[in-house]
Write a protein that binds this ligand. Structure first.
Ligand code: PLP
Length: 387
C-alpha cells in the first residue's frame, strides 16, 4: 500500500508522483477519497478502536499529505495547519513566557510583525539578528535561555542564505532547538532535518500546493519529543486546521512538486543570468548567481537548483520599479509565490515600515511558463518604465 514500505530504495520524486502509492481500499481507486465526517463511531464497549474520535485534528484526509511530506523531508511526523502563519506561530506558542528566541532580520514580513507585536507581549524575548552571520548567532545566543533559533533560507525578500548545519551546531551546543522556514527551498532543493534542524516549516500555500488555490501550512519534526507533543496539542485545541478539501488539493499539488520546482529553477537561473548585466537593472539577487553573497552556502546545502525566487533592483529607482510591475503583460502583478504562474511585486509597498527591501526592488516568483516569454515581457516592461 505504501510504496516507501515495499520499495525502500525509491526516489523522492517517485514518492511524490504517487503520493506514497496509497490506494483507496474500498474502491481500489488510485486517489484517496475526501473524508468529510466530523465525528467517528465509538465501539459498543466504549473504546475508539478506529483511532479517531473527532475530526478537528483527526481528519483522515490529512494523513496522506502529512505522510508524503514526512517522507520527502526525512522526518518523524508532520502536521497540516490552516496556513503557513498558523504553522509557524504554533512553534513559538509551544515555548514558555520568558524564553529567548533568535529570529532573522530578513524573514517573511508577516511572521516578523507577529513576533514583534504579539509574541513579545506574550512574554517571549526575541532578538532579530543577521542569521547568515555565524558570529552574530554565537554572540546573540544566551546559554540556557535561548530555546529556539528560527531560520528562513532563502529568506524573503533578499534571498539571504543561512548555513543550516552550522547554525544548528551553534544552537544545539547551547541547548536551543532550530526551526527552519523552508518554504522557498522546498524538500526538492534542501532537507533541513537532515542538516540537523529539529523542525521544518512550510507555507504549503506556495510550492507544496503550487497552484495558488489553497492556503495551508505544515510542520515536520525530526523526532518525537515534548515540544512536538505541545505543538500537536496546540493544533488540536486552537483548531487552526485545514479543511478536508484543501488537504486533498494539497496532496494533489505535491504529486507534481518535483517537475514544477525543477522547471522553475532552470527558468529562474536563466532569467537571473539574463538580467544580471542588463543596463536597466542595478542588481539581480538570486542564490544561483556566483556574484550573490550566499551562493557558496546555497551551493552546499541546496541540491538540484537554487529555487524559483529572485529579486531585481531597477536602476532608475522606485517609480521605475513600480512602473515596470505596472507594464508587464504575462507576469501577474500579485503577492505570494510558488505557483505555476509567474508573479511580480514591488515588495516595499507590501511590507511597509521596517522592511529590509530597498524601494527599487521587485520580487519575482518564477513559474513554469516558457522562459523566453518571461524574459521578453520583463524586457518590454523595463523599457517602458525607463521612458
Ligand atoms: C507565505 C509565507 C508564509 C506564510 O504562509 P501563509 O500560508 O500565507 O500563512 C511564511 N513564510 C514564507 C517564507 C512565506 O512565503
Amino acid at each position: 500500500m505504501d510504496i516507501k514500505k515495499t520499495q525502500p530504495a525509491v526516489q523522492p520524486e517517485s514518492i511524490a508522483a504517487q503520493a506514497l502509492g496509497w490506494v483507496d481500499e474500498k474502491t481500489k481507486g488510485v486517489v484517496e477519497p475526501i473524508y468529510t465526517s466530523t465525528t467517528f463511531i465509538r465501539d459498543p464497549d466504549n473504546q475508539y478502536r478506529s483511532g479517531r474520535v473527532y475530526a478537528r485534528d483527526q481528519n483522515p484526509t490529512f494523513d496522506q499529505a502529512e505522510a508524503v511530506l514526512t517522507a520527502l523531508e526525512g522526518g518523524h511526523a508532520s502536521l497540516l495547519f490552516a496556513s503557513g502563519m498558523a504553522a509557524a506561530t504554533a512553534v513559538f506558542q509551544a515555548l514558555s513566557p520568558g524564553d529567548h528566541v533568535l529570529a532573522p532580520k530578513v524573514m517573511y514580513w508577516s511572521l516578523r510583525n507577529w513576533l514583534k507585536n504579539f509574541a513579545t507581549h506574550w512574554g517571549l524575548q526575541i532578538d532579530f539578528i543577521d542569521m547568515d552571520a555565524p558570529d552574530a548567532v554565537r554572540a546573540a545566543i544566551k546559554p540556557g535561555q535561548t530555546k529556539l533559533v528560527w531560520i528562513e533560507t532563502p529568506a524573503n525578500p533578499l534571498w539571504t542564505i543561512t548555513d543550516i548545519a552550522l547554525t544548528c551546531e551553534i544552537a544545539h551546543a547551547h541547548g536551543a532547538m532550530v526551526a527552519v522556514d523552508s518554504t522557498v527551498a522546498t524538500p526538492v532543493l534542501s532537507q533541513p532535518l537532515k542538516l540537523g534542524a529539529d523542525i521544518v516549516m512550510h507555507a504549503a500555500t506556495k510550492y507544496l500546493n503550487g497552484h495558488s488555490d489553497v492556503i495551508a501550512g505544515t510542520l515536520t519534526t525530526r523526532e518525537d519529543n515534548p515540544v512536538w507533543q505541545r505543538i500537536r496539542t496546540i493544533r488540536a485545541q486552537l483548531g487552526g486546521v485545514l479543511g478536508p478539501f484543501e488537504a486533498f488539493l494539497l496532496t494533489r499539488g505535491m504529486r507534481t512538486l518535483y517537475p514544477r520546482v525543477r522547471t522553475a529553477c532552470v527558468s529562474a537561473q536563466k532569467i537571473a543570468e539574463h538580467f544580471e548585466k542588463h543596463p536597466l537593472v542595478a542588481k539581480v539577487m538570486y542564490p544561483g548567481l556566483p556574484s550573490f553573497a550566499g551562493h557558496a552556502v546555497a551551493k552546499k546545502q541546496m541540491t538540484g537548483g537554487f529555487g524559483g525566487m529572485m529579486s531585481i533592483r531597477v536602476k532608475a529607482g522606485e517609480a521605475a520599479a513600480i512602473a515596470t510591475a505596472a507594464n508587464v503583460q504575462l507576469w501577474k502583478r500579485a503577492t505570494s509565490l510558488g505557483g505555476v504562474e509567474s508573479l511580480i511585486e514591488h515588495r516595499a509597498s507590501v511590507e511597509g515600515a521596517g522592511t529590509p527591501a530597498p524601494i527599487d526592488l521587485l520580487r519575482l516568483s518564477v513559474g513554469i511558463e516558457a522562459t523566453n516569454d518571461l524574459i521578453d515581457d520583463l524586457e518590454q516592461a523595463l523599457k517602458i518604465a525607463a521612458g
